[in-house]
Design a protein around this ligand. Structure first.
Ligand code: GTP
Length: 597
């Protein structure tokens, strides 16, 4: 296709504003699918995506559209992941397009997450076409939303398309606006090949499938290509596009988006943002914007039933085939046995993996408290990256500790602002900005990521009754007064419960954990101290009282050996117990303590 007849665009929308419904409509209108095939939403193709209503992996569909001027256009619609954890993938998808449809719910108006994506899109010099969706709803206020788009985002919304993806209203207007307003891509067919690796995933039949945007040159079947950053070379065996069904093509020229396969087995060779060129006539430099993605949130995943360890290993390895952004390595814990320390791009990413493991692979898992990566500056000048609180070096050898910070933008109705500010304040937040737009507040805070991975998101949702939206990006590491808090049961530290906390919040966190454990650990024949400690210093303490004599008599009878035997039996039985200085803690107590954060 000649460049002037190509349009590459994505859809920016807040969750639930109708992105997938609209994408399906556009596919249907341009003939990619029959009505029957339309029954299921096509772009969200994983079960979990469907159920949670979020898009995880970017997909792209090619639409042939015969415009009112009689000409046929090749429209490449790129679906982008809808969540902050996948910000880098989003940025690469946006870099592959020249424009975007900004879909705003006519009843809900502009939300924080929409804003972050719009700003990114503007940064990529996109032409943005506002679409006000769900105008069929009785609560729709398109004029108000138009004004909001102009006021909050600063975009001209006078020509915003009024649409209902559900009812099929305004679909042609959207397609015409894409053709008229979004610029055609530029590129040089004769130049050496430069194609950006936008995304990749593992397909059981095709192997690793790579989504590319050709910038210059031509990518063809049979070509020997090279990843400029990854360094590996491969022979292309398929070139094509999705309509959304796979269609093989001979080549992709400049400005086009499509896929290639090259008999690659391992997704970790295909890095999002890498530049693909030919071995024979390579480009001089990779395209700008490549970034190595690093996991930022870590936690331990342990099988509840120790016999499931191998199954967990297999399942994690399988998931990893399709997601190079999460990492895992084996970990052992005295409390929880064998498991894995896993790294994720963020909390949602963690939840998705955890949920897929339990649902698709039928595994019952214990997740330890999520932790961020700390930079430990040692007295000898070396720096260690700490992923697991259990590995914290002795405080005497530490010069200082740095922790990752984020900038968060929260958007909420006025009435919840007070409690949200307090929440941010309690979490060591630094307020940067506060503005009001039409009964809603937009507040910007700098926050330590470790306070956010704790339970910030849940708290935010509950105090705002789900009305607050939240978006964040990392802004680098800062020094913090951080300490390792250990939990001791009967004077023995319990590794799975230790965590890195700010000194200022250590006491309340420690007290909370001690109180919970007090309720969870069964009584014994003796008193059991439960303590939270920093180094050698106890900062919180609870005591589990001893069982009363008569109760003991009833339970165990008289002599010590019989008692021991009984306990032994219990241990073999259904409950797995861990012993801490002769205190037996049922596995369920750990799970409950960890689940409550
Ligand atoms: P994510 O995939 O989570 O980003 O959501 P989305 O933006 O793709 O939203 P989706 O298309 O799944 O739509 C969310 C809900 O809004 C669904 O229940 C749709 O049926 C509904 N919806 C979408 N468009 C319209 C519309 O034009 N009118 C009405 N009334 N409902 C709509």
């Amino acid at each position: 296709t000649d460049l002037s007849h190509i349009r590459n665009f994505s859809i920016i929308a807040h969750i639930d504003h109708g992105k997938s419904t609209l994408a399906d409509r556009l596919i249907q209108r341009t003939g990619g699918l029959t009505d029957r095939e339309m029954s299921a939403q096509v772009l969200d193709n994983m079960d979990i995506e469907k159920e949670r209503g979020i898009t995880i992996k970017a997909q792209t569909v090619r639409l042939d559209y015969v415009a009112k001027n009689g000409e046929t256009y090749e429209l490449n619609l790129m679906d982008t992941p809808g969540h902050v954890d996948f910000a880098y993938e989003v940025s690469r998808s946006l870099a592959a397009c020249e424009g975007a449809l900004l879909v705003v719910d006519a009843a809900q108006g502009v939300e924080a997450q929409t804003l972050a994506n719009v700003y990114q899109s503007i940064e990529h010099d996109h032409e943005i076409v506002p679409v006000i969706n769900k105008i069929d709803l009785p609560a729709a206020e398109p004029e108000k939303v138009k004004a909001e788009i102009e006021e909050v985002i600063g975009l001209d919304a006078s020509e915003a398309v009024l649409a209902s993806a559900k009812a099929g209203i305004g679909i042609d207007d959207i397609l015409e606006a894409v053709v008229a307003k979004i610029p055609a891509p530029k590129g040089d067919r004769e130049a050496p090949l430069e194609a950006m690796l936008v995304d990749s995933w593992y397909d059981p039949y095709l192997g690793v499938v790579i989504l590319v945007r050709v910038v210059n040159g031509v990518i063809k079947k049979g070509q020997n290509i090279k990843f400029m950053i990854g360094g590996t070379e491969h022979l292309i065996d398929r070139v094509g596009c999705f309509r959304p069904k796979i269609e093989q093509l001979g080549e992709l020229g400049p400005g086009e988006i499509g896929f290639i396969t090259a008999q690659i087995k391992d997704i970790s060779q295909t890095r999002v943002g890498d530049t693909i060129t030919t071995v024979k006539n390579p480009a001089k430099e990779p395209l700008p914007g490549f970034k190595e993605v690093q996991p930022v949130v870590f936690c331990g995943l342990f099988p509840v039933d120790a016999n499931d360890f191998e199954k967990l290993r297999e399942s994690i390895s399988k998931l990893r085939l399709n997601d190079a952004s999460f990492s895992f390595e084996m970990e052992t814990s005295a409390a929880l046995g064998f498991g894995f320390r896993c790294g994720f791009l963020g909390l949602l990413h963690l939840e998705i993996i955890q949920e897929r493991l339990s649902r698709e692979y039928d595994l019952d898992l214990i997740t330890t408290a999520p932790s961020v990566v700390y930079e430990i500056h040692m007295n000898d000048g070396t720096v260690r990256h700490l992923h697991n609180p259990a590995d914290m070096p002795d405080a005497n050898h530490i010069d200082y500790i740095e922790e990752p910070w984020i900038e968060a933008v929260i958007y909420c109705p006025d009435e919840y602002l007070g409690s949200i500010l307090k929440l941010c304040q309690d979490r060591r937040g630094i307020q940067k900005n506060l503005t009001y737009v039409g009964g809603r507040a937009q507040v910007t805070y700098e926050l330590p990521l470790n306070e956010v991975v704790f339970d910030f998101y849940d708290r935010l949702k509950s105090i705002s009754r789900g009305y607050a939206s939240f978006d964040y990006h990392q802004i680098g590491a800062r020094e913090g007064d951080l300490v390792k808090m250990s939990i001791l049961v009967n004077n023995e530290p319990v590794d799975a419960l230790s965590m890195i906390v700010h000194r200022g919040t250590a006491e309340s966190r420690g007290r909370g954990m001690c109180e919970r454990l007090k309720d969870l650990i069964p009584r014994h024949l003796f008193k059991i101290p439960i303590q939270a400690a920093i180094g050698g210093k106890v900062i919180a303490r609870e005591t589990i009282a001893a069982m009363r004599k008569d109760v003991t008599a009833k339970c165990y009878g008289g002599d010590i050996t019989r008692k021991k035997k009984l306990l032994e039996k219990q241990k073999e039985g259904k409950k797995r117990m861990r012993e801490y200085g002769s205190v037996q803690i049922p596995q369920e107590a750990f799970i409950a303590a960890l689940r409550m954060g």
